[in-house]
Design a protein. Sequence first.
Length: 186
Amino acid sequence: MTDTTRHMRPGEVDGKSYYFVPREEFLALVDQGAFLEHAEFGGNLYGTTAKAVQSVQDEQHRRAILDIDTQGVKLIKAHHAYLDPVYVFISPPQYTILKQRLESRNTDTDEAISRRLRMAIHELRNARTPGAFDYIIINDDLDRAYKLLRAVCLGETNGLVCDAMPARDMEEDAAEQSFLHDGETL
């Protein structure tokens, strides 16, 4: 749960929200194999150490819940399957709606929104791969999505019916084609 180069947002506390370390120290931890998963997003490095997850499980007697991208999911599946994790993908109802939500917040630059949308194309594409996730939850109704996520997190999954990935929309198709036209691999 390490974030290197970005500044803390209001309310975040070093050592609680994240552990902020210099980029060089982060890369050394990667080389040492300290992370369950790690990724770069938006120019920042993020990772979850095995030590942090073990601490939550052993010392706090709680389930560790990780907010990671599909790159991190793939790393954990490849190298830490022994943890027997449960994988949940929280999906927007449609790519178009995600774009509208990001733009209406008025908190990010156009460049940041574009970067997030580009990443969303990758995430949505991967989530549509059979077996990529154990549960899909569409964030179309906050209360409903919360109840489903809460049930999964608490292990209350007997008889639980979650969602299927939403169909692609025209704007998602167009965005993907644009990224491919720009030489990006998906």
